[in-house]
Design a protein around this ligand. Structure first.
Ligand SMILES: [Fe+2]
Ligand SMILES: [Fe+2]
Length: 353
């Protein structure tokens, strides 16, 4: 029996399809999602998964935990086709999510240097080392079309929901920090024009690259290293206690975006992509040069004036973003240098023209 044959009322067939499980935790959640919450022994299944997860010392960055966390968070965004929206507030599922979040957050803290010097952390982002070489450099200088398409498939997991995770922090801020952050979000959502929403521009790019622009379409192909980046955003956004980390993360994205976007626009041009394909990145070159200033001066500045005790969390947001982006970048370059796909399965081949 498939999830869709027993879909309760109120589910949305336009939402993405549930992905295939990647281990015992995601198996339990995907199976439970086929039922109504609290019914037909669905919650004991989640409880058993939580206990098994605790015993088995699951890898905080591994495929099973990251996919399960993504499944839990997605209920707060677009949900899944055939899954009862009431799962969003199921107490057992929230308990499972809480235990995975604590594990993930602990791992992020353990693997970042820490500290509370926000100025130094921001300065570190502002100056790119001259010998820096990452995915955007590779794609600009010699990356192939299949690699650009893979990169877009990875990023679709976030950019098709840009900048929803950051919007969670709005009610947790006050005064100047809130007003400035909303001004940046207004641009991310197209300044009131649906066709200019950054998520729409990304979908346009996917189409131009002969990829599927539907939300969540590539979830089954995207490895934990990409899921962890989006999960970190949801974790920081959904916990008021982590509002400083969300602001640090958002600042980090905006500060590093303009030069990276310029390289990716060049990469697309070199590969012969259309202006409709490059628009997502060309928009970000200018927009993020402004957003960077607003985030630094008005959002971080005003937040720390009001709540200086959040400095260490702002640093955590910056460092955790750096850590997870580096892990993804290393993976992409390693796979491509070996001539193999960086996705869990390669994308379908392009139709011959
Ligand atoms: Fe954007
Ligand atoms: Fe931006």
């Amino acid at each position: 029996m498939t999830a869709s044959t027993i879909a309760p009322l109120g589910t949305d067939a336009r939402s993405p399809r549930l992905p295939a499980p990647r281990g015992p935790l995601s198996e339990a959640v995907v199976t439970a999602f086929a039922r109504a919450p609290l019914g037909e022994a669905s919650s004991p299944m989640i409880t058993a998964a939580r206990e098994a997860g605790r015993r088995a010392s699951i890898d905080a960055f591994g495929e099973d935990l990251q996919l399960t966390l993504y499944l839990c968070y997605e209920l707060h965004y677009q949900g899944f086709s055939g899954v009862d929206p009431a799962w969003e507030w199921d107490p057992e599922l929230l308990r499972l999510r809480g235990s995975m979040e604590r594990h993930f957050l602990r791992a992020l803290r353990e693997r970042t240097p820490g500290g509370s010097d926000v100025g130094a952390a921001v300065d570190g982002l502002l100056t790119e080392p001259v010998d820096a070489f990452g995915v955007s450099h590779h794609l600009r200088d010699g990356g192939e079309l299949w690699q650009m398409r893979e990169y877009a498939a990875h990023r679709s997991i976030y950019h098709l929901k840009e900048a929803d995770p950051q919007a969670w922090v709005i009610p947790r801020l006050r005064g100047r920090a809130k007003a400035a952050l909303v001004a940046v979000e207004f641009d991310e959502y197209g300044g009131g024009r649906a066709e200019a929403m950054h998520s729409r521009l990304f979908a346009d790019m996917l189409e131009e690259l002969d990829l599927d622009p539907r939300y969540g379409r590539y979830l089954d192909l995207v490895p934990a290293r990409m899921l962890a980046i989006v999960n970190m955003m949801s974790l920081f956004g959904l916990h008021r206690a982590l509002r400083g980390a969300m602001v640090g993360h958002f600042a980090s994205v905006e500060i590093t975006s303009a030069p990276g976007s310029a390289r990716l626009a060049r990469a697309l041009e070199r590969l012969g992509a259309s202006p409709r394909a490059t628009r997502f990145y060309t928009e970000h070159i200018e927009a993020d040069a402004v957003h960077e200033q607003v985030l630094r001066r008005d959002v971080i500045g005003a937040l720390l004036e009001r709540e200086p005790e959040l400095a260490a969390d702002v640093v955590l947001g910056i460092q955790a973003t750096d850590l997870l982006e580096d892990r993804l970048g290393d993976h992409l370059l390693r796979c491509w240098q070996a001539g193999r796909s960086s996705l869990l399965r390669p994308l379908p081949a392009l139709p011959r023209s």
